[in-house]
Design a protein around this ligand. Sequence first.
Ligand SMILES: Cc1ncc(COP(=O)(O)O)c(C=O)c1O
Length: 464
Amino acid sequence: MIELERSLEVFNRIIKDLLADEELKPVAEHIPSARLYNRLDLKLRKEGISSAELEKSLKDLVFTTPRTATNAFFNQLFGGRQDKAILGDLLAVMLNNSMYTYKAAGPQIGVEKVVLREVCDLIGWDKNSDGTLAPGGSMTNFMGMLMARDAFNEKTRFEGVHQKMTVYTSKESHYSTPKNAAFAGIGRDNVRKIASDDYGRMDNTILRKTIEEDIVNGFHPILINCTAGTTVLGAFDNIEEASIIAKEFNIWLHVDGAYCGSVLFSKKYKHLIAGIEKVDSFSINAHKMLGTPLGCSLIVVKDKKHLHDSFSNDATYLYQTDHDEFNLGKTSIQCGRRNDALKLWVLWKSVGTNGLELIVDKQLELADTARDYIRNHTDYIDYSVDDSVSICFNYKGIPARDICTLLYEHSELLVGYGSFGKDEFIRLVTINATNENEDILNFFKIMETFVEENEVLFLKEKAN
Ligand SMILES: Cc1ncc(COP(=O)(O)O)c(C=O)c1O
């Protein structure tokens, strides 16, 4: 048997055991970071180890790693396993193509192009639209910002930034915007953090006023960033309104849909991104709402010229055959690039667009279950907004961070906390579409029982 086959058998054995163990223990053993190197032998040595020792070591590592696919993981904006997407990703690993040229990736280029075309069609854009993929939303948002910068002044990509450019995004938006402004030479200080309304949506009246003031003061507004699903509340900015302002002042409009842009697939919830066809660029993380493995982030643009303008570069050592249309390195921020489209394509091919819609709708159904529970139980204070998969609440007046940390340290549940305004609360994310309503109700049961049985711990935390 060839070595690779043996390694794949090891993989199968470990995963089979892991899946069985996850059924019994949805939360992995908690290893405090201070004890990590004592608990696990992670050390690399001069001499290798035997296959049996390696398998044992791998199993130990896998079994003690946080379990993100179980019904006890609500911590971040991803979770669960869509098995067909996993199949696609495993094939991508085996094939190991790089997506820069048709010569190196062949039909896989078609896979990516078909995915992007379908997304553009769903938005309602014509054949002049296109897109690309990158490892995550931070990076696809960065690409949106770079295109905005270069569209404002095409000389920038040659000469650098010489103008006082400004970017507009809500206070509730993701931290990638200020980081990206630094990377893009625009500068963090030139990101205007626009206040949100009571529902976490960017206040477009303040947005307009801020733009007007900046213009008077000699700044050049280049980008409005709307968010479709803010990181904490899961709120949707009003894209229609923002698009009117963007048009009036001739500013690039990007929508960061990393978290919840996938409502595009849902007839019931697409209204949350009404006006999406009017924007210049839109990013969606399939590894969040669509449940593919990390990372799978798409950015689509209404006019593909901007992708070429900002990201193409000649390289005779690379581009040696075929048309640019099939050499996707010409529209990518990376050189060598993993085939992240395949996992989404396999999932999509398998369940169809209707199946993706069910995946999205299911999360919002689970969110309704969670919100109903909170709103019907007097021990809870609800901070959530409707039509969001972030359920925000406090329980019995106990600090959210104490509950989340103790649940984690006792390997009960993984859930995080967030804040909006002055309030800090637990944020339960119902993004795992493989969960059922009972799993959500079970979350509350586990948390409530834990609080009841560990009163002393909470008192101790309070005293600290
Ligand atoms: C609104 C929003 N934008 C962007 C990102 C960044 O996405 P990624 O983690 O894929 O870089 C996130 C991540 O949670 C997000 O919530």
